[in-house]
Design a protein around this ligand. Structure first.
Ligand SMILES: [Zn+2]
Length: 179
């Protein structure tokens, strides 16, 4: 393939769903929420981190989460989904991009996410290595779509091409503009 310049920006989108099951911990966005049911799945069922992982992989046209971490592979049984997210972030960095911001929507009947949104946001930001003001976490209830037994997550990411080493020196004016 010809060595065409990479685009300055790339967008990524991910979608995931898992079914609620009794007696397992509920993991959403890398934290455990207090609830009597959790999300079933081969890994820890963290629907938000899975959607985010797929958004990151999709943005760089890499294979999706199911291809990189196949459910048929016993090593991912009960896996911490942070591992998937870290792999996607490493791939993004290796492709020469950095994460600008994340937006996401959770669709679930219960538990209510409102009081946990700030914690989830902080944790997702920390896992992604960006500040919390670059992470959107929204929650909706599934009105009329009959998905009360499941949690759905959608995530969108924006990536920016990293500056070349020669032009990315830490300039003192980068964060503070002179008056
Ligand atoms: Zn999943």
């Amino acid at each position: 393939m010809p060595d065409l310049p990479q685009p300055a920006l790339r967008i990524g989108y991910g979608w995931d769903s898992h079914e609620f099951k009794a007696g397992i911990p509920l993991k959403i966005g890398g934290i455990t929420l207090p609830y009597d049911k959790g999300l079933g799945g081969h890994s820890d069922g963290d629907v938000l981190l899975h959607a985010l992982t797929d958004a990151l992989l999709g943005a760089i046209a890499a294979p999706d989460i199911g291809s990189l971490f196949p459910p048929s592979d016993p090593q991912w049984k009960g896996a911490d989904s942070v591992v998937f997210l870290r792999t996607a972030l490493e791939r993004v960095a290796a492709a020469g991009y950095e994460l600008v911001n994340v937006d996401s929507t959770l669709i679930l009947a219960a538990p209510k996410i409102g009081s946990h949104a700030a914690t989830i946001r902080k944790r997702v930001a920390e896992l992604c290595g960006i500040s919390a003001d670059r992470v959107g976490i929204k929650a909706k209830t599934p009105e009329g779509i009959g998905t009360e037994g499941a949690a759905i997550a959608q995530a969108t990411v924006l990536l920016a091409k990293k500056e070349r080493a020669s032009s990315s020196k830490h300039l003192p004016t980068k964060h503070k503009k002179q008056r």
